[in-house]
Design a protein around this ligand. Structure first.
Ligand code: NAP
Ligand code: ZN
Ligand code: ZN
Length: 346
């Protein structure tokens, strides 16, 4: 066992605090990673605050992890000591079910093993990336291309893949009109990735405060959803809407923005059930869908795509003692556009 420094939530209502946790010994197929940077995803906040249901405390979160391989198990073939690597939202899956065999282990029918709050193969609860080291099965470790700086790579491991996957699956590309709802961590990556895929992108943010940024990321248009006229102006316009909003929205209003055969994909994850008027779906033969992270192969494809197209998230580097302030800033949408923890400060 390796005792390592970490930042943990002691309960749903208290601030995160410095602590130590145990990492398992490096098994034959394991890689020990010295974590350099860890991004703060809104899912980390939903999780520790109990938005999605009760969890066991203390809990270390963080699933946007990058660092360096410092030790490998005897049977590891994919990674070497010194490699720049990343870990995203999952660290294992059953590998036997229909979905795992189809290479979509994020949809493992037995439940993928999440990077945090999941029961690991040794029966312990997985602990995430706000930590100095992590031990992960080599099959769930990604290669970080040299062209992507470490700090910028971290948010790609969740915000990047979670937006890349539905954009790729629903064929974003030339000739398609895509809207991105909410321009936070996921939203700003969705804009950059969709633009690089050759798509015409419109941002739908509550206000126009971040309009200059959205246009700088390559969006063609930027509208405020606090302005009711936006929904008249843009009715029947989009082939694909990626909704990244962390809170409940009036889905019907957004669905009316889809043109014939258009699809709205929710990646935002509010816990509450949200109503949809079925007749809104009849019009224009609209679809409403969800999408969860992406597979390991697709995550590697996304990292290589970002390296090739020079795509990097906008990050604000923080030290460990700023994590609780950063949470408050994420909750008040005062993030431009992803906080990344320098784990050297743990
Ligand atoms: P974030 O940085 O906080 O961005 C969320 C954005 O939503 C905000 O920037 C804001 O955009 C908008 N927003 C927030 N509150 C709102 C409200 N009350 N009404 C309307 N708009 C609001 O969060 P994130 O890290 O990008 O994560 C976004 C969501 O995706 C979270 O729910 C997270 O758990 C989920 N998620 C899902 C997956 C998956 O696999 N599906 C993976 C990762 C994250 P504007 O300021 O532009 O209005
Ligand atoms: Zn995430
Ligand atoms: Zn499976």
């Amino acid at each position: 066992m390796l005792t390592v420094k970490a930042y943990a939530a002691p309960s749903a209502t208290e601030p995160l605090i410095p602590t130590t946790i145990e990492r398992r010994d490096v098994g034959p197929k394991d890689v020990l990673i010295a974590i350099r940077y860890a991004g703060i995803c809104h899912s980390d906040i939903h999780t520790v605050r109990g938005d999605w249901g009760p969890i066991a405390y203390p809990q270390v979160v963080g699933h946007e992890i990058v660092g360096e391989v410092v030790e490998i198990g005897s049977e590891v073939t994919k990674h070497q000591v010194g490699d720049r690597v990343g870990v995203g939202c999952m660290v294992n899956s059953c590998r036997e079910c229909e979905n795992c065999r189809a290479g979509m282990e994020q949809y493992c029918l037995n439940g993928n093993t999440g990077t945090y709050t999941s029961v690991d193969r040794d029966g312990t609860i997985t602990q995430g990336g706000y930590s100095t080291h992590i031990v992960v099965d080599e099959d769930f470790v990604l290669r970080v291309p040299e062209a992507i700086p470490y700090e910028a790579a971290a948010p790609l491991l969740c915000a990047g893949i979670t937006t890349y996957s539905p954009l790729a699956h629903w064929n974003a590309g030339p000739g398609k009109r895509v809207a991105v709802v909410g321009m936070g961590g996921l939203g700003h990556m969705a804009v950059k990735i969709a633009v690089s895929m050759g798509t015409e992108v419109t941002v739908l943010s509550r206000r126009l405060a971040k309009k200059d940024d959205g246009l700088a990321f390559g969006a063609k248009d930027y509208f405020a959803t606090d302005d009711d006229a936006t929904f008249d102006t843009l009715a029947n316009s989009f082939d694909l809407i990626i909704n990244t909003v962390s809170a409940p929205l009036n889905l019907d209003r957004y669905l009316t923005l889809l043109r014939l055969d258009g699809t709205m994909v929710n990646v935002g994850a509010p816990a509450q059930p949200l109503p949809i008027t079925i007749f809104t779906l009849f019009g224009n033969r609209r679809s409403f869908a969800g999408s969860g992270i992406g597979s390991i192969a697709e995550t590697q494809e996304m990292l290589d795509f970002c390296a090739e197209h020079g795509i990097a998230p906008e990050t604000e580097l923080i030290s460990a003692d700023q994590i609780n302030d950063a949470y408050e800033r994420v909750l008040s949408s005062d993030v431009r556009y992803r906080f990344v923890i320098d784990t050297g400060t743990l």
